[in-house]
Every structure is written in structure tokens, then in C-alpha cells.
Write a protein that binds this ligand. Structure first.
Ligand SMILES: *Cc1c(COP(=O)(O)O)cnc(C)c1O
Length: 404
């Protein structure tokens, strides 16, 4: 008789977004005349850039002609896209990444979830708290996290690195030694970043103890300050300890199109085994390539018009972020994020819990955000607003909150 992967049974229910939806639906049913403004969404809202649309149309036409039709894409991605990435994302910042160190995929969520395939089950992971839930849940599925302790909202075998106001929402080097360290900067949900010297400390630490860093740089395009690294490979020695993941979702609005990539330098080894070749084997065996059409769209992001248009999209969201951050600060809230990330992380007033503040905002000003406690126990007492709404709604939401 077959047996299931019982690790799945240990996973706690993920009620965050369904609870939010239920509460909002109940409120609108009881108050049909009220205009709700949603600043809880973690998804982009602007349409794709014209340069991307042109590339998509062009590639669709190619697929309709015998001479230019393409079947399976190369496992690791088309060279035209991998060279554009190596050039624009890395060489332009003084980092040499070879094209066979770049693996094209359908997004950073799958990559950050799948990367565990190449690591042993008895590795110990360290994550930030609060955290993007994918890192922990996928390790739980693989049996790497021990048991879930419901009362503490924690896994018994995970090293949690609290990111709170006290440490400027930047994790401290952990007391216990991890094997795999997940870092995400600019961060979802806190919107925080680390400077290059701060990130260098993590690289040095990982090299010293023989750990690997999984670096999620999905929000790299939102960095506006000078001293913030765009890639972990800007740090010395990162090629021997870090895997970097990127996505076209947030910089170019590909959340519904699907495209991302993972970088694994050949210098990253366990003994004499290159992680690059393990991932190449995994990718080639379990993934048949991102669609040709989508890879052409990704290439267009790096064109001159593509860069200009996608930078305008990011600037639009970041203007919303500014409205939220400055408006809330003026209203006396303690806010962070929103400078190098589309997320604003605020402290709930008067000691309210994250969910109490959620209800309060929904019922008094009809604004929806995301309770920080949904991202981990250290998120309790915090609340996330996103810059992905329309300008008008963002402005109105903040005006309403200011009047409270
Ligand atoms: C949105 C997001 C991603 C991107 O995921 P895709 O699968 O590429 O859409 C990755 N990491 C974090 C932390 C995110 O918030």
C-alpha cells in the first residue's frame, strides 16, 4: 500500500490570506455602501510594458511559422536571455557571472522551494522572523524542520532570526550554527535592506562555518539608496557560499507571465562537488524550460525601452510607497521600509495586536492591510501595507488613516 509524505501533515494551515478575505467579505456583506481600499496585495497591478508586449507578440508570430517555430527550450534557458542577465544584472555592477552559472526558471517561488532538492535532509536551516513562508514550508515538506510547535508558532529544528525594531529589522548572526541560511533583501514583508558591509558579514560568516546562503533578491529593482547591494556577489567571497535568486515578477510585472532565474557559481562546492552541476542535473531532469515566448519577453526587459518602461513602473509604485511612509509618519506612526522596497512595515498603535489593528482599520476607515503576525511570531505588533495599489486609492487610504 502506498504511503504519503507525512511531513505534509505537520504543516500548519495557512490561514493568513483566506482569513483576510473572509473578514473583508463579511464586512462588505454587512456594509455594501462602504468603499474598501486594499493595500494588502503582494501582487503588481500595472500592465506589462509596451516593449515586453511587442516581444511577446513577435515571439508568438515566430511560433506560428514553420521556419521559426521552436520546441523544447534548452534546459537551462536560452543563451540570449542568459547573456542579457550576465551583462545587465552582473557585469554592469562589476560582477562576472558566466552564462552557465545562470539557470532560467518560471520564477523565484519555485526556485526557492525546489533548491532544497540538492541538499541533505539533515541540514539545519536559519530563517528571518518574520519571513516569506515558502522557505520554511518547503523545508518542512522535505522533513528538514522537525516538528511544529503550535503554541510557539515555530518548528523545533529551525533557527529563527528575529527581525524587529530593536535590530532595525536586520537579522543578527545566530547563536546556533546553521547549514543553510535564507536571506531576502530588500525584504518581504518588512521592506528592510542591509548595507554592503552588513551583507559582507553574512558572507564571511557562511564561508567560515561552511554554510550556504540562499539569497532572494526578488525586490532588487526597488533599491533606491546608494550603499545597498543589488547582488550578494558584490560581496567578496560570495561565490563560494551563496546562491542568488531573482524574478521578473516585481521589476517587470511578470507575476502572471512567470519568469525568474537562479545563479549558482561554479566555485560553490561541497568538498569537490559543484552545487552548479547538481542543480543543472535537477533542472534538466525535473524542468523542461521556461517558454520561448516568455524568455523573449524577459530579454525585452533589458532593452533600452524595456529598461526605461519598467523603471517607470517601479517608480510609480515607489511613489505610492512614499505617500504611505510619509503620510503615516506624519500621523505619528512608527514606520519602516518603503525606501528600497514596495512594502511599508508599521508598528501597530497602542499595543494592539496585528489582527486587532487589521479589524480596526477595516471597520473604521475601510482599509485592508496584512497583519504582521501572519509572517511569523516576531511580526506580532506589526502591519504590512503595500505600494501596489493605484495612486488615487493609496492617497485616499492614507488620508483616511490620518483622520483616525
Ligand atoms: C514575489 C516574491 C518572489 C517572486 O516570486 P515569483 O515566483 O518569481 O513570482 C520571490 N520572493 C519573494 C520574497 C517575493 O515576495
Amino acid at each position: 500500500m502506498f504511503k504519503i509524505n507525512e511531513n505534509y501533515l505537520k504543516l500548519p494551515g495557512s490561514y493568513l490570506f483566506s482569513t483576510i478575505a473572509k473578514k473583508v467579505n463579511a464586512y462588505t456583506a454587512a456594509n455594501p455602501d462602504k468603499k474598501i481600499i486594499r493595500l494588502g496585495i503582494g501582487d503588481v497591478t500595472l500592465p506589462l510594458a509596451p516593449a515586453v508586449i511587442d516581444a511577446l507578440h513577435g515571439a508568438v508570430d515566430e511560433m506560428g511559422k514553420k521556419e521559426t517555430f521552436r520546441g523544447y527550450a534548452p534546459d537551462l534557458g536560452y543563451e540570449f536571455l542568459r547573456s542579457a542577465i550576465a551583462e545587465h544584472d552582473y557585469r554592469a555592477r562589476g560582477v562576472e557571472i558566466a552564462i552557465d552559472e545562470i539557470f532560467i526558471s518560471d520564477g523565484a517561488k519555485s526556485d526557492s522551494g525546489n533548491i532544497g532538492d540538492i541538499f541533505a535532509t539533515d541540514n539545519r536551516i536559519a530563517v528571518c522572523d518574520p519571513v516569506y513562508p515558502v522557505y520554511v514550508d518547503t523545508n518542512a515538506m522535505a522533513g528538514r524542520t522537525g516538528d511544529y510547535i503550535a503554541a510557539e508558532e515555530r518548528w523545533s529544528n529551525v533557527i529563527y532570526m528575529p527581525c524587529t525594531e530593536e535590530n532595525g529589522f536586520a537579522p543578527q548572526l545566530p547563536d546556533e550554527e546553521p547549514d543553510i541560511i535564507y536571506l531576502c533583501f530588500p525584504n518581504n514583508p518588512t521592506g528592510s535592506t542591509v548595507t554592503k558591509p552588513e551583507l559582507q558579514k553574512w558572507v564571511d560568516y557562511a564561508n567560515r562555518i561552511g554554510a550556504v546562503i540562499i539569497y532572494d533578491a526578488a525586490y532588487e529593482a526597488y533599491i533606491s539608496e546608494e550603499n545597498i547591494p543589488h547582488s550578494i556577489y558584490e560581496c567578496d567571497g560570495a561565490k563560494t557560499c551563496a546562491i542568488e535568486m531573482r524574478s521578473f515578477s516585481k521589476n517587470a510585472g511578470f507575476t502572471g507571465v512567470r519568469l525568474g532565474f537562479t545563479v549558482i557559481p561554479k566555485a560553490l562546492r561541497a568538498g569537490d562537488v559543484q552545487l552548479n552541476s547538481l542543480w543543472a542535473r535537477r533542472h534538466g531532469t525535473k524542468f523542461n524550460g521556461a517558454p520561448y515566448i516568455v524568455q523573449r519577453a524577459g530579454e525585452a526587459v533589458y532593452s533600452e525601452e524595456g529598461q526605461r518602461q519598467t523603471k517607470e513602473m517601479v517608480a510609480f509604485y515607489m511613489n505610492n510607497a512614499k505617500v504611505i511612509r510619509e503620510g503615516l509618519a506624519a500621523a505619528g506612526y512608527s514606520v519602516s521600509g518603503g525606501v528600497n522596497a514596495p512594502y511599508i512595515w508599521l508598528k501597530t498603535p497602542e499595543g494592539m495586536t496585528s489582527w486587532q489593528f487589521f479589524d480596526y482599520l477595516l471597520e473604521t476607515v475601510n482599509v485592508v492591510g496584512t497583519p504582521g503576525s501572519g509572517f511569523g511570531p516576531s511580526g506580532e505588533g506589526y502591519f504590512r501595507l503595500t505600494a501596489f495599489g493605484t495612486y488615487e486609492n493609496t492617497l485616499e487610504a492614507i488620508e483616511r488613516i490620518k483622520k483616525l
